[in-house]
Design a protein around this ligand. Sequence first.
Ligand code: FMN
Length: 166
Amino acid sequence: MIKMDSQSQELFKKAMGDYPTGVTIVTTTDADGIPVGLTVNSFASVSLEPTLILWSIDHKVSSLKAFTEGRGFAVHILSEDQQELCKTFASKNVDRFGNCSWELSDNFLPIIDGARAVLQCKTFKTVEAGDHTILIGEVIDISLNEKNPMLYHRRKFGPIPSEFYS
Ligand SMILES: Cc1cc2nc3c(=O)[nH]c(=O)nc-3n(C[C@H](O)[C@H](O)[C@H](O)COP(=O)(O)O)c2cc1C
């Protein structure tokens, strides 16, 4: 393993923080049926046949076991008006599901209202990768609405600039 010094680690964080992404909230239910979820921007598309996506979870996340040992998860691609929700699902000591409207799907996955898109996934594979686990999901249900997605860049959230829609 190549050991990066702290200066190189800072450069790595800066380079990755400069890479614009959307933002998602990923949810599932734990072994007791309690909904869990967190804000995620490591989400990416992987394959069309089968339809696969991935995201990675930090080993420090409180709901790690629920995701790595569970059978599936729901990825919510957030809308531009869901910035508060995005912060709520990245904050400690808040009642995440008490601060939003949600319901359980037929796949027993918590689905939060108002996302740009929701991809319900069956866990296809988990891959250990350093201090994270990569979760690859096979998409089993997709819903999409007319809202615009949210953009995340340099730790700030915002709408997609209007020139992208002209
Ligand atoms: C924009 C944004 C993107 C994030 N992406 C990820 C991610 O891809 N994987 C991850 O494990 N944590 C990610 N986080 C951090 C988690 O949302 C945060 O640590 C959360 O509080 C973890 O849940 P816990 O408090 O239940 O441990 C992200 C946070 C933000 C604000």
